[in-house]
Design a protein around this ligand. Structure first.
Ligand SMILES: Cc1ncc(COP(=O)(O)O)c(C=O)c1O
Length: 394
């Protein structure tokens, strides 16, 4: 407890759980003291936001577009999102079925506020982006792990979902491609999952934030396109990953109009509206040239191919990453549990990566490698690992 504010610490609500951030803080503090660390830990693209998007925000500011918008977002942006969902994913949403949020992160919280009652169970893939846990728990819900394993490339297995459904199960969070594994749940499994959700009356939150970053041989299917699924699906997406717009904070929810209408008031309560110039930037992202996105995806593909080859050479296995910009590698061969391996990699090779345990993985053999450095830096990271192997491996 902080001695300077014992009263406030005692006053903390039950919603604020004490998450143990000590490992991450320790690693970041260690990295800050070392020279020339190759950071492959965060999920923030190394590319800058494409120029025409930045210019659109500047223009919006110059033209005094810096007032509140409607809570659900700029009408033009809502329309462009609906058009884009149809074009890219075959999803059938109208502009009034879209709510623009401050990043997909706010969309996650808004969904949980709107849907989770005390004791409701929410099924989620493990490992995962653990903001889902915080949001569900803040709303009094219970997270139920659906394990994904290396043997099936960390894709969600429909039978594993069904096994965990109880009378209290309200929702399934489907994240494909997934973070931290890059796993793409194949269309055949998505179809089976849809059938289970209809049969067992489960709501689906479909987080498709990485859907644009898909590699050859993998296919993304939006579950909301399947017969009878729109009425029970909430589609989440955003601009952070595909357009390298993490700091702009624009994301969105798409769902049937009556549900979306109910979100407007809580959405207003959270932050009134997403940043207005950033909404104009997002509009330019959707309506402008897409070549910059394609170029980034090509770069991720090159890095991923390099990384998979390098891991093969070291003898670390991994789940085949069908999308996103991560490789989830099994470091068992190092003879150390992943948290310890990451510490050694940092101190001996000055390469920062995070263990899967930070993503809720109960198996401590995995690390998430972010492919968010130029390929030459990734090559250097792997060379440093190789050179320091005798000190890093137990
Ligand atoms: C699966 C997933 N959903 C949502 C988010 C939040 O993204 P945003 O920057 O749009 O808030 C992230 C960020 O890493 C993520 O990995």
């Amino acid at each position: 407890m902080n001695d300077a504010s014992p009263r406030l610490m005692q006053a903390l609500s039950r919603r604020i759980r004490s998450h143990d951030e000590s490992y991450r803080s320790k690693m970041l503090a260690m990295a800050a003291k070392l020279p020339d660390v190759i950071a492959m830990g965060r999920g923030d693209p190394d590319f800058h936001t494409p120029k025409h998007i930045v210019e659109a925000a500047k223009k919006a500011i110059d033209e005094n577009q810096h007032h509140y918008t409607l809570p659900a977002g700029l009408p033009q942006l809502r329309q462009a999102i609906a058009d884009n969902l149809r074009r890219e994913n075959g999803l059938d949403y109208a502009a009034d079925e879209v709510v623009v949020t401050a990043g997909t992160q706010e969309a996650v919280m808004l969904c949980m506020l709107a849907l989770v009652n005390e004791g409701d169970e929410v099924l989620m893939p493990t490992p995962r982006f653990t903001s889902y846990d915080t949001a569900v728990e803040m709303c009094g819900g219970v997270c139920v792990d659906v394990p994904t394993v290396e043997a099936s490339d960390f894709a969600l297995v429909p039978a594993e979902i069904e096994k965990r459904i109880t009378a209290k199960t309200k929702m399934l969070v489907l994240i494909t491609p997934n973070n931290p594994t890059g796993a793409v749940t194949p269309p055949s499994a998505v179809r089976e999952i849809a059938e289970i959700c209809k049969r067992r009356d489960i709501i689906v939150i479909s987080d498709e934030i990485y859907a644009r970053i898909i590699f050859e041989g993998s296919e993304h299917l939006s579950i909301g396109t399947l017969p009878g699924m729109k009425e029970r699906t909430i589609t989440l997406n955003g601009f952070s990953k595909s357009y390298a717009m993490t700091g702009w904070r624009v994301g969105y929810i798409a769902a049937p109009a009556p549900f979306v209408a109910k979100l407007v008031e809580p959405r207003h309560t959270l932050s009134i509206n997403a940043n207005t110039p950033a909404q104009w930037a997002a509009l330019a992202a959707l309506t402008g040239p897409q070549e910059p996105v394609d170029a980034m995806v090509r770069a991720y593909a090159e890095r991923r191919a390099y990384m998979m080859g390098a891991l093969d050479d070291i003898g670390f296995s991994y789940g085949h990453p069908g999308g996103a910009f991560y490789v989830y590698a099994n470091v068992e061969k190092s003879g150390r549990p992943a948290p310890e391996f990451c510490e050694k990699l940092l101190t001996e090779a000055r390469v920062l990566v995070f263990p899967g345990t930070l993503f809720g993985d109960t198996d401590d053999r995995y690390v998430r490698l972010s492919l968010l450095q130029p390929v030459e830096r990734i090559r250097e990271a792997m060379q440093r690992l190789d050179a320091a192997k005798s000190r890093i491996f137990a």
